[in-house]
Design a protein around this ligand. Structure first.
Ligand code: TPP
Length: 290
């Protein structure tokens, strides 16, 4: 395939360059401000290239995030953030691709895409902005709503158990699994930096409380704790034990390991096809279809 031409680099030199002219319109106190701030800071630390970074989002309050950055953005369909981000990265592996979306987007309507993104291990970073509620549609229960909570729209609470995004990511063998909290922006920034650097599919469960429909700030303030320094991030069993620790919501890196990444595998496959059919034949083959 002809190589995709990417524009010349425009690396970020200041915070002003990464912020777009559109001011965030989330509700006062929304955790999403913290996530956005950590994305800005991580971009500056990584010296990300404005012309070769794409932020893809689903639908939800969280889905607005790309609009507030100066990167290329794609505000896609509800629940389809991971297929879209995967497509962007496979089409042009040189891009840095960051996917953002809510807990509803990623675990309800889009829940079927999460294990497959993990299997493919495409080099994208997935920031799940978890407010434990459907924020944009005004307060319905989400897959992460705690059954002990009542909501304005659910005076008797939800009747189902809540899913744990970190546990799912570990079970799906995601190659980088971390948890951040928007009340701890410095740590969230460090985790985004590490996740974007990680070669493979990286997942940061980003707790981002909603102050209007399910205010969980007090709940998390009382429970968040640092993952103990002695935790071995190669050890999946130890990571699983951490998320199950009663009364604690651990923050930090649970698990990371390197395994074959999909854009590299597809590049090798493409070379193998060319070698078998003779250089140039792949283009001719493709011409039949486009
Ligand atoms: C296909 C489809 N189904 C349903 C909706 C309605 N809808 C919009 S946002 C949303 C849920 C938002 O919750 P979440 O993904 O957790 O994001 P948040 O707003 O909390 O950031 C729903 C159900 C939609 N836009 N498209």
């Amino acid at each position: 395939m002809p190589e995709i031409q990417t524009p010349s680099n425009v690396n970020i030199k200041s915070m002003a360059e990464v912020k777009s002219k559109v001011a965030p319109i989330w509700c006062p106190g929304c955790g999403d401000f913290g996530v956005l701030s950590a994305v800005y800071r991580a971009a500056l630390i990584l010296d990300l290239d404005l012309k070769n970074t794409v932020v893809v989002s689903g639908i939800g309050c969280s889905g607005r995030l790309p609009i507030f950055t100066n990167f290329y953005g794609f505000h896609g369909v509800h629940g389809r953030v991971l297929p879209t981000a995967t497509g962007v990265k496979l089409a042009n592996p040189k891009l840095t691709v960051i996917a953002v979306g809510g807990d509803g987007d990623g675990l309800a309507i889009g829940g079927g895409h999460f294990p497959h993104a993990a299997r493919r291990n495409v080099d994208i970073t997935y920031i799940m902005m978890d407010n434990s509620v459907y924020g944009l549609t005004k307060g319905q229960g989400s897959p992460t709503t705690n059954p002990d909570f009542t909501l304005k729209a659910l005076p008797y609470g939800v009747q189902e158990e809540n899913l744990n995004p970190v546990a799912l990511a570990l079970a799906y063998d995601v190659s980088y699994v971390a948890r951040a909290y928007s009340g701890h922006i410095d740590q969230m920034t460090d985790l985004f930096v590490e996740a974007i650097r990680h070669k493979g599919f990286s997942f940061v469960h980003s707790i981002s409380p909603c102050t209007v429909f399910n205010d969980t700030y007090k709940f998390y303030r009382e429970r968040v704790a640092e993952i103990p320094k002695e935790h071995n991030t190669d050890n999946k069993k130890a990571a699983l034990d951490l998320w199950q620790t009663p009364g604690k919501v651990y923050l930090g890196v649970f698990f990371k390991h390197l395994r074959p990444e999909m854009t590299e595998l597809t590049a090798k496959l493409s070379l193998a096809v060319q070698a078998r059919k003779g250089k140039g034949n792949t283009e001719k083959l493709l011409e039949q279809f486009v």
